[in-house]
Design a protein around this ligand. Sequence first.
Ligand code: ADP
Ligand code: MG
Length: 730
Amino acid sequence: MARLRFKAVEEAQNRTATKVEIPTSKVTDFYGSNIFNDEVMRAMLSPEAYMKVTVAIKSGDKIDREIADEVAAAMKSWAVSKGATHYTHWFQPLTGGSAEKHDAFFDINLDGKAVEKFKGSALTQQEPDASSFPNGGIRATFEARGYTAWDPTSPAFIMYNEAGTGTLCIPSIFVSYTGELLDSKSPLLKSLHALDKAATDVAIIFDRHVEKVSATLGAEQEYFLVDKSLFNARPDLMMSGRTVFGHPPAKGQQLDDHYFGSIPPRVNAFMVDFEFEALKLGIPVRTRHNEVAPAQFEVAPTFEEVNLACDHNILLMDLMRKIARKHHFEVLFHEKPFAGINGSGKHNNWSLGTDTGVNLLSPSTKPKESLRFVTFLVNVVKAVHDNADLLRASIASAGNEHRLGANEAPPAIISIFLGTQMTKVLNDIENKEIVSIEKGENAYIKLGLNRIPSILLDNTDRNRTSPFAFTGNKFEYRAVGGSANSAQPMMILNTIVANQLLKFRVDYDTEMVDHEGKKEEVIVKILKGYIKESKKILFEGNGYGDAWKEEAEARGLSNIASTPEALKAYLHKDFIEIFERMGVLTEREFHARYEIELENYIKKIQIESRLIGDLAMNHVVSTAVKYQARLVQTAKALKDMDLDNEAQPVIHIIREISERVTEISKKVSEMTDSRKKANNIDNIEEQAKLYGTEVKSFFDEIRYHVDKLEILIDDEDWPLVKYRELLYIR
Ligand code: ADP
Ligand code: MG
């Protein structure tokens, strides 16, 4: 085994950067060249078809048969001209990733001739044999079929394989035959629709020209890179995406010398390569840098409409995995691949933008616009406050469980950071008596609304420990896991904000009747109430500290560390009621999602537990006893020579090995028993609970002794690639 380790280390050390050839450095020459975008449609469709498609994209309406045929024909000839041989509906079942089933354009006519075929019906709808996708019991009964349907708001794209031929991928939703949603995209689209309606109804209070509000997302993606050979020599990385054992290296991240440091050449080549491919797919990647931990990096795109941004993030992760292999890397998106070293998050930067070009969460120099800004800001705060447990559930997973609550990542407590200045503005609104706001600018000055833009422009007080932070013109939802599909947390955030804005509009209309139409006064009055009701969620301090846990508890905020516990929010009738009312998810669909997430959790812990058992016994213990046998020989030899004193330290090591091996064997066998016990439980909730408490509790106990053995046993014999070898890329 140790041979495999040394071979891998040697391979990794001898590698040089893979050469990447980019035809031109001028991005505009190739940006979006692999997508069926507006420009291509305009060139290839009849004016009538082009118009109908663009209207459908904007309104979300259905496209009729003839138009679909015309679009399909254009898409096909475009795709074939670019080397595509196949097409697929590209969708996001509840596995977290994407799915595809390729069909050839090529077909045989009745007279035996080969033709290239792609009808409108094949573009708009497909029936994948979907029985093996997670459905949480929805399709188990009588109708096992599901279907996928084209989402024209996200452009079709071509993905190329190793052989250089391509597949036309058509972004699609995935639903059961009975109409239940079985994917991440369809409820996201519904939530965006609900949010558009609710936010527009509020935005028109301030500007009657607003017709549409879109939510925007810029997802900063953190990831680790590990050399392919080293990765292959770590069964735990291969099978679970994280290392279950490994002693911390002498040098970790304590020197803070990796963050924003110079990017290693091999990594740089990889970045250039995948960014080039991403840009061709219209994914607007802009930022790249080293992250805090060694071997950790980040990529960030320019923000886009949420549905598009979510598709792009999933696509980007896929692309990165594929291209990493060309560079002899494996990319890790796991939330916590290495114990004791920072994990990876996906910071979801979220805002609201109108079709008139206004970012509703961006402060303005004009007091009236400031009031609009504060209105939207406070409504988001209120929505998060009222639905914090649901937001917590939306990011719950076995991987993120390592991160949330550990002392380096946002805690499992949902709180909002606003910055000192905005906190003060909210305090002023809450506490200052507003006699009459319509008496011109003075009232705004009293409220502090005149000061917002100038203070926010130099808003340097970023809080890196908050799970949900206002960052000047957007909220940054930082607690989302690195491997997650953003569609889930975004769908939840959109829906709770939509619900809140709807409530605001009702409150506003009601108050306006009593106040004889004094708009500003009414708004401030309502906001005062909202701030009072939700201010306990505002927190400016250190979210990683223990003091916050105590304070949060005193404030009555939830701190739900366990995934199965967090997921229970999906069963809460108040939350379900909101989602049914907003037309996003039904109770049955929520329940299905709950079950799928629980199952997922159980499977992940189960796999890790088996891995730990296998590695501990067949790799670590076996190595330890072999080494121990050698030490026994040495000790004997020393004694034979009457060197009793010299034999003592050797005997000491022999004893320590025995103790640790005994502990490991005992714990592994207890863990196996607890796994058996859990597997025999029919109730999935009970099962998840047992996995999350009992089974998982052995992980750290076993690891403790394994990691001690790692620093005790001869380096020459140690079978698992060590952290110091994994983490330092040259
Ligand atoms: P920082 O790096 O200081 O956090 P940036 O301005 O670089 O801030 O933005 C980080 C991320 O936030 C980027 O992905 C960016 O596209 C995104 N972002 C910026 N403005 C918005 C917005 N209005 N809506 C959504 N995301 C945004
Ligand atoms: Mg950021």
